[in-house]
Design a protein around this ligand. Structure first.
Ligand code: S3P
Length: 441
């Protein structure tokens, strides 16, 4: 389906953040290997997470949906995960596929992982390299891509320093480390989201974290620890919330999001927006498993271009598409560097961001590891373009938010994949006053 977002006078209102995608995957995976039954609440019911629920079921866990966002998982405990009877399809989800490789690696099973066109073009070697060192047997399609056939079994602990700042790589190694002999250690280049560490602790697992100056933390886990089943609640997703908050900032009015995860490894977007002059208020509003939550309120603001501190990039890696939209509306130039990881997301996001903005009359320059944007400021963003989503939910949502405050409507060629991470996006945006229409292509 294609969609068009037409300019509106005001975006205003309050919504509840949808469940965090990262925490939802992790809650399902940990519950699946815990001893006993876990009830997960606040689960994001997007396609990516549903694929993870199907995957853990295919590997032997009991999975039952009790109500909206509430799922009961019967963990396999010491019996371990078992071989599925069919291929496991992770759809569009890099997190699902990569973390599951780590989780499955220490179990006595053989499985074949597949994904959609976008996921099948993304690198899996970054997780398979350390997992093979631990003992996983994996055959990939050329270039280290999906489909991947893996055979798990006995693992030995490793000490590994991933060359990329990636929470997925760190998490895959830690999840494999649960069943490895010895102490598994990950030396992070830069700090990345730490939801795996926090949720493992909530499931009763000891995780060591040693902070370092000038580099990311050293995270360690001793193999052979059992996970304790129980209750797990998922905080709201700051990456999805960023769309409503950005709409409030550029379209005027006051957009509020409650229940949003507040974790320093995820707050880069808020920090960067404030640096641009965004009027944002953050108030504590609750707790979820391993995480605190806040209510964020964003009001229409005159934004200024910034040189983004590259150190902020890991904590806003998924928000860079919507951040580029803020930069398009800001007065002056915005420079983003140190973001080469964007090239291997659901699309080549550097290329996709540049194409999205230039199709809508914004001057932008593509860099190897980022982009430079000439903000339109008081002249306004022309809009009027058709954006190619490139199988990328965050590009599609960013373009639609841009349309709400541009001079002319912005269209997106395909919006179906928005359901991978934010099924209520259209409902929420309409509630806030955006003018979105959808039509068959
Ligand atoms: C995620 C980590 C990030 C992020 C992705 C979710 C996670 O990927 O972009 O959307 O849940 O661990 P990388 O680890 O590849 O940076």
């Amino acid at each position: 389906m294609r969609a068009t977002s037409s300019p509106v006078k005001l975006v205003s209102g309050a919504i509840r953040a949808p469940g965090d995608k990262s925490c939802s995957h992790r809650a399902l995976m940990m519950a699946a290997v815990a001893e006993g039954s876990t009830t997960v609440s606040g689960l994001l019911e997007g396609e990516d997470v549903i694929n993870t629920a199907r995957a853990v079921a295919a590997l032997g866990a009991g999975v039952e949906r009790l109500g909206a966002g509430v799922w009961r998982i019967e963990g396999v405990g010491r019996r371990g995960l078992t071989s599925p009877t069919m291929d496991i399809d992770f759809g569009n989800s890099g997190t699902g596929a990569r973390l599951m490789m780590g989780l499955a690696a220490g179990h006595d099973l053989t499985a074949r992982f597949v994904g959609d066109e976008s996921l099948s073009s993304r690198p899996m070697d970054r997780v398979l390299r350390p997992l093979r060192e631990m003992g996983l047997v994996a055959e990939t399609a050329p270039g280290g891509r999906l489909p991947v056939r893996l055979t798990g079994g006995r693992l030995k602990a490793v000490r590994y320093a991933p060359p990329e700042a990636s929470a997925q790589v760190k998490s895959a190694i830690l999840l494999a480390g649960l069943r490895a002999t010895g102490l598994t250690v990950v030396e992070e280049k830069e700090a990345t989201r730490d939801h795996t560490e926090r949720m493992l602790r909530a499931f009763g697992v000891e995780v060591g974290v040693e902070l370092r100056d000038g580099a990311g933390p050293v995270v360690s886990i001793r193999g052979g620890q059992d996970l304790r089943a129980g209750e797990a609640s998922v905080a709201g997703d700051p990456s999805s919330s960023a769309f409503a908050l950005a709409a409030g900032l550029i379209a005027g009015g006051e957009a509020a999001v409650s229940g949003m995860l507040d974790n320093v490894t995820r707050t880069g977007f808020m920090t960067a927006a404030r640096e641009m002059g965004a009027d944002v208020t953050i108030l504590p509003d609750g707790l979820a498993t391993g995480e605190a939550t806040v209510r964020a309120i964003a009001r229409g603001s005159a934004l200024r271009g910034v040189r983004l501190d590259p150190a902020l990039v890991p904590s806003m890696i998924d928000e860079l598409p919507i951040f580029s939209v803020l930069a398009a509306f800001a007065e002056g130039e915005t420079l983003v560097t140190g973001a080469a990881e964007l090239r291997v997301k659901e699309s080549d996001r550097i290329r996709a961001i540049c194409a999205m903005l230039s199709a809508n009359g914004v001057e932008v320059e593509e860099l190897a590891d980022g982009f430079r944007i000439q903000g339109c400021g008081s002249r306004g963003v022309p809009g009027g373009g058709l954006v190619e989503a490139r199988h990328d939910h965050r590009i599609a949502m960013s373009a639609l938010v841009m349309g709400a405050a541009s001079q002319a409507s912005v269209s997106v060629d395909d919006v179906d994949m928005i359901a991978t991470s934010y099924p209520e996006f259209f409902e929420h945006m309409a509630f806030l006053g955006a003018d979105l229409t959808r039509a068959d292509r």
